[in-house]
Design a protein around this ligand. Structure first.
Ligand SMILES: *[C@@H]1O[C@H](CO)[C@@H](O)[C@H](O)[C@H]1NC(C)=O
Ligand SMILES: *[C@@H]1O[C@H](CO)[C@@H](O)[C@H](O)[C@H]1NC(C)=O
Ligand SMILES: *[C@@H]1O[C@H](CO)[C@@H](O)[C@H](O)[C@H]1NC(C)=O
Ligand SMILES: *[C@@H]1O[C@H](CO)[C@@H](O)[C@H](O)[C@H]1NC(C)=O
Ligand SMILES: *[C@@H]1O[C@H](CO)[C@@H](O)[C@H](O)[C@H]1NC(C)=O
Ligand SMILES: *[C@@H]1O[C@H](CO)[C@@H](O)[C@H](O)[C@H]1NC(C)=O
Ligand SMILES: *[C@@H]1O[C@H](CO)[C@@H](O)[C@H](O)[C@H]1NC(C)=O
Ligand SMILES: *[C@@H]1O[C@H](CO)[C@@H](O)[C@H](O)[C@H]1NC(C)=O
Length: 852
């Protein structure tokens, strides 16, 4: 029995080790790209946050006007004008819902009466000094209208919107109003082709469909005007860039991607061709935006959001894009950053050719390129040649551009790699803001929204991202639909399905110590000797301490020790004791000392376990009494967090009562036996069930591990465990419980890199990249019907846990939907309960810590 169980254990461990190293090798992402937010601020800890929500839903369109200090909001069936200084304070409303007969027609088309048959405002921009222009889906029959911005009233003239606004509220769409001309891009109707249009006034222009599709099921994300005419030595034109994802026409030897991210551009002064390309763009060119992890061929092909950050000069303009994977059930995001110069260069480079005879295969065009260069804007040089407008362009040039809209070269991100790559997170929106820090340098601050209603603030330091914090903006998970920033109000506004939130650009006073303030590396914040303050609000900058570049200098060393809390803890020998040590920073690692000696050897028999939430003393012995100190180690700084005076009292009668005593032991042992026999019998039953369970577990873990490919993270050498339910997010950092108990079985040494595995089955979906087969179903529960799983686990789990102490707490998170196995469930549940119970018995049964 014992032998078999040992064999089972060994086998399992070997398997795990093999799997972890196997999976780790080709997929270990560059560690510096997967950045953990330094602090996590939960919904109920948010400060200075102002909210607005009217009777409508879907607050997705935001328009900020700094001068009057107004935030215009387009929602479902309503428009609002809010005070930018405090969006909760007052609002003006325009109700604009589709009439009932329209809604009925929409329903008759088979559309959803809960989401689609409404007037979703999709477009809201300034038209002229007195009017705004807006378009709504109007229950699948789009309409547009002018709004008198002074009175915030809609003008009586309602315009047909079919040509400029999509029918479907969820369809990708982008639009710009430039000098009274409206540029929009979308797939307007379900059956129509996607199109980039200039709508009004004439001449109206659009994209060409034949013979080469200029756009192939394009899903538009963003558009931007780049003023390239300013300071242009050749009188080149301003250009409008469109960002989207479309079906790929390229085929490659190595990979055939279904969709690719693209940027297309047109010239603002384009008037179309005279005969060829009549009423079509003569300047439409597109290129591929590449956002891939270096070294291994892993492509982020779906563009989700793009922000164009203007520089002091046009050529300093930068593009920040959020990219996702093509697999809808896989959570992962990358942020790539491009220079407009690289974009311009690609548009100046060779064209791609579609060889129709060669099976629609695309190859670089190497033949003669007609002059003037196809797709270019009208420049001084062309005007000298009497080509004053695009209508004067020769036919061969137009024919060429019609057939060669795609550039051959690809646009690579700056540094040839993403700025950030995160598993398990789907980013939806990005906005970048420039901040001048105390050191006089300008830093780029990224505000990134997620699909679950979180906002992350990050700062770019020497091409690396540091995520200062993540903020939970909404109690109910919901996607961040839009973000705008006001320098004047020092606020960021976030639109979502349920409402609009206004947040301060920074909340410096959340950092309570000098080190906390400096380690945060927030360009807005500095330590003034007494508190962490906003530098803009501080008159005397010379007295402030900030260190964005290194994030650890300037604070007095002694400050690191002054903050420690003092606690006394008395327990009875044999108890498990959890000495809590909450680290405010997710980037900090805990260090423990006992009587000033570093606690070492957290191995099988040391009796100590260190987790991110504290130190667990297992079955405390009297000689373990002493002074325990917890330090937070972050970025080379060691901060004293808490000192415990632990007193372990000698073992007291009556019978020992372990907190982990199996609670259902009566059920499995109806006949009372002498204690030794009872434990023997228990052991036997335990081993039997252990083997079965381990068998199942190995299977599950194997599947999971096969499935988890780049979940293997060896950074800082710890297990990263995600606790069960989403509800646990309420408890700080429960969702990121990391227990630093390292398996020493894998290779005989507790190396920080080998034999580590991160088991995050809740995120197992993450791994299904294309090189892996699709997720296999979970194995069915073992056919042994005699085993009652819940009981079985109740009876055996304590020992499983004990055993696992030597390796780790393996905590499995349930995935929605696909966890039908009771085995999976009870394991998760039990472990949680036990971990929870341990804390509970230690923390709550002795509320007065200085007892005895
Ligand atoms: C509008 O909000 C609802 C939930 O509040 C959401 O289900 C729906 O997808 C949203 N629609 C759009 C177009 O954003
Ligand atoms: C914003 O306005 C609301 C409503 O008038 C008020 O309750 C709140 O205190 C204001 N907030 C700030 C920061 O002024
Ligand atoms: C939508 O339609 C369903 C069934 O067709 C109906 O039960 C529901 O009440 C309708 N909802 C609204 C808001 O009209
Ligand atoms: C702005 O446009 C609106 C709608 O076309 C027009 O009625 C109004 O006179 C214009 N205002 C100015 C200042 O041109
Ligand atoms: C144009 O040139 C002037 C003078 O050289 C410079 O001050 C300005 O910033 C430039 N503008 C742009 C957009 O490049
Ligand atoms: C282009 O403009 C120049 C100067 O305005 C004019 O002399 C010339 O005739 C124009 N050419 C065409 C083809 O219209
Ligand atoms: C523990 O700390 C207290 C003071 O806080 C000190 O008196 C005592 O000697 C220390 N014990 C040990 C074992 O260092
Ligand atoms: C075990 O049996 C005793 C005596 O029958 C009973 O008092 C106790 O509640 C039982 N414990 C459990 C966990 O069932």
């Amino acid at each position: 029995m014992r032998m078999r169980s040992n064999v089972g254990w060994l086998y399992c461990l070997q398997l795990l080790c093999a799997m972890s190293t196997l999976r780790a090798y080709p997929f270990t992402p560059p560690l510096d790209l997967d950045v953990t937010p330094r602090t996590t601020v939960l919904f109920n800890e948010l400060w200075g946050c102002r909210r607005f929500s009217g009777s409508a839903l879907n607050y997705s369109t935001l328009l900020l006007e700094e001068e009057p200090g107004l935030l215009y909001v387009g929602a479902r069936g309503a428009l609002y004008a809010l005070q930018a200084s405090n969006i909760s304070s007052s609002s003006h409303t325009i109700d604009w819902e589709a009439p009932e007969d329209r809604k009925q027609l929409c329903l008759n088309k088979g559309k959803d009466n809960k989401t689609e048959c409404f007037n979703h405002i999709r477009f809201l921009q300034r038209f002229n000094s007195t009017h705004l222009y807006t378009c709504g889906t109007h229950a699948f029959s789009p309409q547009c209208a002018y709004i008198d911005s002074r009175e915030f009233k809609m003008s009586s003239v309602i315009e047909e919107g079919r040509e400029r606004c999509p029918y479907d509220p969820a369809k990708g769409y982008t639009g710009l109003l430039i000098d009274g001309q409206m540029y929009t891009a979308s797939q307007y109707e379900f059956w129509s082709s996607p199109d980039i249009r200039r709508n009004s006034p004439n001449p109206m222009l659009r994209t060409e469909e034949a013979p080469t599709r200029w756009l192939y099921e394009a899903d538009f994300v963003e558009s931007a005007l780049v003023k390239e005419s300013v300071n242009s030595s050749v009188g080149d034109d301003d250009k409008i860039y469109f960002f989207f994802t479309e079906k790929s026409q390229e085929h490659s030897l190595y990979f055939s991607y279904g969709r690719v991210a693209r940027v297309a551009r047109v010239c603002k002064s384009d008037r179309g061709g005279l005969l060829t390309l009549q009423k079509k763009w003569t300047s439409f060119l597109k290129a591929r935006l590449v956002c891939s992890l270096p070294d291994y061929k892993f492509h982020f092909n779906v563009l989700r959001s793009m922000f164009v950050l203007e520089g002091p000069r046009t050529e300093d303009t930068m593009l920040y894009g959020i990219f996702g994977l093509e697999w809808k059930n896989v959570k992962a995001s990358a942020i790539c950053r491009y220079s407009i110069k690289d974009v311009q260069q690609v548009f100046e480079g060779p064209y791609m050719e579609n060889q129709e005879d060669a099976g629609a295969k695309l190859t670089e065009y190497t033949g003669k390129v007609p002059d003037p260069r196809p797709g270019s804007c009208i420049t001084d040089r062309l005007r000298e040649r009497n080509i004053n407008f695009s209508t004067d362009l020769p036919d061969d040039v137009l024919h060429f551009v019609r057939r060669h809209p795609l550039m051959s070269r690809q646009i690579l991100p700056l540094g040839q790699r993403p700025l950030l790559f995160r598993r398990t997170v789907d980013y939806t929106k990005i906005v970048v803001h420039k901040v001048t820090a105390l050191d006089g340098q300008t830093y780029h601050m990224l505000f990134i929204g997620t699909d679950e209603g979180w906002l992350q603030r990050a700062v770019e330091i020497n091409g690396q991202l540091h995520i200062i914090e993540e903020l939970q903006l909404f109690e109910e998970p919901q996607p961040v639909d839009s973000i705008v920033i006001s320098q004047k109000q020092m606020s960021v506004y976030v639109g979502s399905p349920s409402g609009v939130v206004q947040l301060p650009l920074s909340t410096c006073h959340r950092y309570t110590s000098c080190f906390d303030c400096v380690l945060a590396r927030d360009p807005f914040c500095a330590w003034d000797g007494a508190e962490c303050v906003e530098i803009t609000s501080h008159p005397d900058r010379s007295s402030l301490t900030q260190d964005i570049l290194n994030g650890n200098q300037g604070c007095a060393k002694s400050a690191a020790d002054d903050l420690a809390l003092h606690r006394i803890r008395s327990v009875v020998a044999g108890d498990d004791v959890l000495l809590q040590c909450e680290l405010s920073s997710n980037l900090a690692t805990p260090r423990w000392t006992r009587n000033k000696q570093q606690l070492q050897g957290y191995g099988l028999n040391s009796g100590y376990r260190i987790g991110t939430d504290g130190l667990l003393v297992i079955e405390a012995r009297p000689e373990q009494s002493g002074n325990y100190s917890c330090f937070a180690l972050e970025n080379g700084v060691r901060i004293h967090v808490v000192i415990y005076k632990l007193i372990v009292h000698q073992y007291l009668p009556p019978a020992p009562h372990s907190t982990l005593q199996p609670k259902n032991s009566n059920d499995s042992n109806p006949a009372p036996l002498p204690p030794q026999f009872q434990s023997m019998k228990n052991m036997e039953a335990m081993y039997i069930s252990l083997i079965t369970i381990l068998g199942g577990l190995c299977l599950v873990l194997t599947v999971v591990l096969l499935y988890v490919s780049f979940c293997v993270q060896s950074k800082r050498g710890k297990y990263s465990l995600r606790a069960a339910a989403q509800a646990d997010r309420k408890k700080k950092r429960n969702d990121r419980m990391e227990l630093k108990t390292i398996s020493s079985h894998c290779n005989g040494k507790a190396n920080t890199h080998d034999g580590l595995l991160q088991i995050v089955p809740g995120e197992a979906q993450v791994s299904s990249n294309k090189e892996l087969p699709p997720a296999p179903p979970l194995p069915p529960p073992p056919p042994n019907s005699e085993l009652d799983y819940t009981n079985g686990f109740s009876a055996t789990l304590p020992s499983v846990l004990r055993k696992m102490n030597g390796n780790s707490y393996v905590l499995l998170r349930q995935t929605d939907g696909d966890t039908t196995s009771p085995l999976y469930y009870s394991f998760t549940d039990e472990l949680n309960q036990i971990l929870e119970k341990r804390k509970h018995t230690q923390l709550c049964s002795k509320p007065d810590e200085s007892s005895v």
